[in-house]
Design a protein around this ligand. Structure first.
Ligand SMILES: Nc1nc2c(ncn2[C@@H]2O[C@H](COP(=O)(O)OP(=O)(O)OP(=O)(O)O)[C@@H](O)[C@H]2O)c(=O)[nH]1
Ligand SMILES: [Mg+2]
Length: 388
């Protein structure tokens, strides 16, 4: 395929063969012998970026499309791949660049300063065309980033309360071994589930139980570590038995975290016992379920969704959602833009205002790859797999 109408904008040769591993291996050996080399991770996309076919945010979107775990995440990645974020950023960068040109003219022709710079007008322009839009993007990050980045939830509780049963229910497959014997799960089991469009990494843990020296030291240490990484805790108790010291120790561990109390085995008891448990374990939002009979699981999903999104109904996805790297750059641009406004309003010298304007332009340039260091490129393309 002739440049520039290719993925990388370079001449490209594609060899199509039958799909046998062996056949492909022989062909690969042949082309390597004739002087080709293996591509680095993300190299094709990196070349497409360096040759100006796509901007950096579109390049990033390629890997997000590949890794998307829910249709919502995929939709966000696809919009970014189309260039929606690129255009939004350009629409903010444009007015700043125009202003920078005017300020620089004023610096070059100090005698005309008053004709060129209208401080309050410029300040208003910055607020409307730049600051308000940057704030919108940050808001969209808050509303939408979990659809692409996902959340991590950990199920903990003492042995045999039904943690692995719940894990299987949420996954809708038998992933974790369930037996009537306490201590069945010995290690962490991790899988991703789709909670109303949010990819949730779910971790099933070994039951926390009493040994001679309180809660088993190693187990608790492991679980603590995992707890710290988790965005959400599902604290499970078995309502067919009285709460034990072990339950209370777990309660102490999780009560100050973002936690949902999952009261399991409601098929075995009547409601009074549930009320008693809720009174003992105060301050936690709770849901009653029967993991065995698949009761209350949808309600639990709704509670999880509400807890991580702070919304009750299905959320409308914002149209453009920056990722974490973009967010950091947007914040920098926002700080610089606010300094510009302050500069205009306090009569700061044009040279200093220009520095802040430049900073805002550069910060936004990092998002789309207009002002990008080698380090940022590595950071972006290291996430790619070979062949993309
Ligand atoms: N009646 C009833 N039994 C349940 C329920 N959920 C789980 N069980 C049973 O409780 C026992 C323990 O379930 P698991 O899911 O293995 O419990 P666990 O918390 O993972 O246990 P460990 O891994 O040993 O800590 C099994 O016999 C399950 O069938 C429930 O909602 N109702
Ligand atoms: Mg288990």
């Amino acid at each position: 395929m002739k440049a520039p109408h290719t993925y990388t904008r370079e001449d490209v040769v594609e060899i199509q063969a039958h799909g046998s591993r062996c056949g492909l291996g022989v062909i690969l050996e042949l082309v390597l012998k004739r002087g080709a080399r293996l591509a680095e991770p993300g190299e094709f996309t990196k070349r497409a970026f360096l040759n100006g076919r796509i901007d950096l945010s579109q390049a990033e979107a390629v890997i997000e499309v590949v890794n998307a775990k829910t249709t919502e995440g995929l939709e966000l990645a696809a919009r970014q791949l189309k260039g929606d974020l690129f255009q939004a950023i350009q629409a903010i960068r444009g007015p700043i660049e125009t202003m920078l040109v005017e300020i620089e003219a004023a610096i070059d022709f100090p005698e005309d300063v008053e004709d060129i710079i209208h401080p309050e007008l410029f300040a208003q322009k910055m607020i409307q065309d730049v600051i308000a839009r940057l704030e919108d993007l940050l808001k969209h990050y808050d509303e939408g980033h979990i659809y692409r980045e996902g959340v991590a939830a950990i199920i903990i509780g003492r042995p045999n309360v039904g943690k692995s049963s719940l894990m299987n229910r949420l996954l809708e497959k038998e992933r974790s071994i369930v037996t009537p014997v306490p201590g069945t799960t010995r290690d962490f089991i991790e899988e991703t589930v789709n909670i109303r469009g949010i990819p949730m990494r779910l971790i099933d843990t070994a039951g926390l139980h009493d040994t001679d020296d309180g809660l088993e030291a190693a187990g608790i240490q492991f679980t603590r570590q995992r707890l710290d990484e988790a965005d959400l805790v599902l604290f499970m108790v078995d309502c067919s038995m009285p709460l034990s010291d072990e339950d209370m120790q777990v309660y102490d561990l999780v009560r100050n975290r973002k936690t949902i109390l999952v009261i399991n085995k409601i098929d075995l008891v009547d409601h009074d016992l549930v009320t008693e448990i809720v009174e003992c374990l105060q301050g936690l939002f709770w849901v009653e379920v029967s993991a065995l009979y698949n009761r209350g699981v949808e309600k639990l999903k709704a509670a999880v969704f509400g807890e991580v999104t702070h919304q009750s109904g299905p959320a409308g996805l914002p149209s453009i959602v920056p990722n974490l790297r973009h967010k950091v750059a947007i914040k920098r641009a926002l700080t610089a833009s606010r300094d510009v406004v302050e500069g205009f309003r306090t009569g700061r010298p044009a040279e200093l205002v220009a520095v802040d304007l430049k900073e805002a332009v550069d910060a936004l340039g990092e998002i789309i790859g207009a002002t990008t260091t080698e380090q940022i490129l590595d950071q972006v393309f290291d996430r790619f797999c070979i062949g993309k």
